[in-house]
Design a binder for this molecule. Structure first.
Ligand SMILES: NC(=O)c1ccc[n+]([C@@H]2O[C@H](COP(=O)([O-])OP(=O)(O)OC[C@H]3O[C@@H](n4cnc5c(N)ncnc54)[C@H](O)[C@@H]3O)[C@@H](O)[C@H]2O)c1
Length: 373
């Protein structure tokens, strides 16, 4: 994969204070891009954003809500990004049961707000509401489609039938819990903006992402690491649930590969569509086995225990992504096995300090780029 196109490009990352967004900002900066960030404050303490000193890498930053349409539109007007990676979201299934309205607001209206800000910027950045291009407007400078936008949704956007077959990009959207439904709704919204306004716009769906620098609640590896660091035995809620696991650099490399195509060929129907960036079949495994691998990588006789809760909220048991399209059309494919991904992740958590966190991220990026694709 060649990411040279990012050198000197103006790139806006929403959600840059979060887990995936902070890694993406570091990678883009290393590729020579001018990186701008728009996000609420880091959702966790500690955070990769703070530890890795992401702020120092940015050409501009606003700590703000993507639902604040005026503020976001002003930032987009000021920064004039060539490409936007929209990651800002409420990303947790269990929290979405406690805060359904806030989840829909951030994930659905937040996405509309980002797309409107880009449309306004593309239309010349006038004050007030964007000038509406004609229905089905083609992609041309000044009327939608100048700026590339890659919207990050999730594997959970598909209607989950607990099927063994992986979901394909053409499968229907759905969602049982508010998080999944909000991302299914965001997908419908994104397709509508693309069709109606001829935007240079794609959506991307990844699996269960792991990697150093994630401290989110109710995610298996951060939960295990927090317990192991305190010398406690981690509890595992749902050991039989099967998930598509992947290191954070896998989907990010897919987003970057797709974004590079969208920059080179704006509004191509091929690139402006939905994309799955999941693992190979060998990366699909149950939570219990992942917990075993984490305990082994941690060493010191680490072990976990089952802490299932019969009153727990519904969470999908089986979720697989079909990645044939990304492999065939984009030439992207996963590079690290599940074991590699866990070794890099646990190695990061064991070594990271405020002094070396960014260097550890860059070392992982270097190791990942060094694998022949
Ligand atoms: N981590 C995963 O396993 C995974 C899997 C599939 C998809 N995703 C998606 O990837 C994206 C990033 O996820 P993550 O794991 O890095 O989550 P995260 O919680 O670490 O980061 C989310 C980011 O969004 C910001 N944010 C939240 N609400 C906002 C708002 N209203 N306005 C502005 N900023 C806001 C947060 O401050 C943070 O910077 C999300 O869209 C998520 O749905 C994550």
């Amino acid at each position: 994969m060649n990411f040279d196109i990012y050198r000197g490009k103006r790139v806006l990352v929403t959600g840059h204070t979060g887990f995936k967004g902070s890694w993406l900002a570091i990678w883009l900066h290393q590729l020579g891009a001018k990186v701008y960030g728009y996000s609420l404050p880091p959702p966790t303490k500690p955070s990769n954003y703070a530890l890795a000193g992401v702020k120092a890498l940015l050409a501009g930053e606003v700590i703000g809500d993507v639902c604040d349409r005026k503020r976001l539109a002003a930032a987009v007007r000021r920064w004039k990004p060539d490409i936007v990676f929209h990651l800002a979201a409420q990303p947790l299934v269990r929290l979405s049961y406690q805060e359904p309205y806030a989840t829909f607001e951030a994930n659905v209206l937040g996405t509309a707000s980002v797309l409107d800000a880009v449309r306004a910027g593309d239309a010349g950045g006038g004050r007030g509401a964007p000038a509406l291009p004609a229905l089905g407007a083609s992609c041309r400078a000044g009327v939608g489609g100048k700026t590339a936008v890659v919207c990050i949704t999730t594997d959970k956007c598909y209607e989950n039938k607990e099927q063994a077959k992986g979901y394909r990009e053409t499968d229907p959207f759905g969602g049982y819990d508010p998080y999944s439904a909000s991302k299914g709704a965001a997908e419908i919204l994104i397709a509508s903006y693309r069709r109606s306004f001829g935007m240079n716009l794609a959506s991307v769906r990844a699996g269960n992402v792991i990697g150093g620098g994630d401290w989110a609640k109710d995610r298996i590896i951060p939960d295990m690491v927090k317990a192991l660091k305190k010398g406690q035995k981690p509890g595992v809620r749902n050991p039989k649930a099967v998930r598509p696991w992947q290191h954070v650099l896998e989907p990010l490399s897919g987003y970057l590969a797709l974004g590079a195509k969208m920059l080179a060929e704006p509004c191509s129907a091929t690139w402006c569509s939905g994309w799955n960036f999941g693992p190979e079949r060998t990366g699909e495994d149950d939570v219990g086995h992942v917990a075993d691998l984490v305990a082994r990588a941690w060493g010191d006789g680490a072990a976990w225990e089952f802490t299932g809760d019969p009153k727990a909220v519904h969470e999908a048991n089986l979720l697989r992504l079909d990645i044939a399209k990304a492999k065939k059309t984009l030439g992207w494919k996963p590079r690290w096995s599940l074991e590699d991904a866990i070794a890099h992740t646990i190695g990061w958590y064991k070594r990271a300090t405020r002094k070396n966190a960014r260097a550890l991220c860059l070392a992982d990026i270097g190791a990942y780029e060094g694998v022949r694709s």
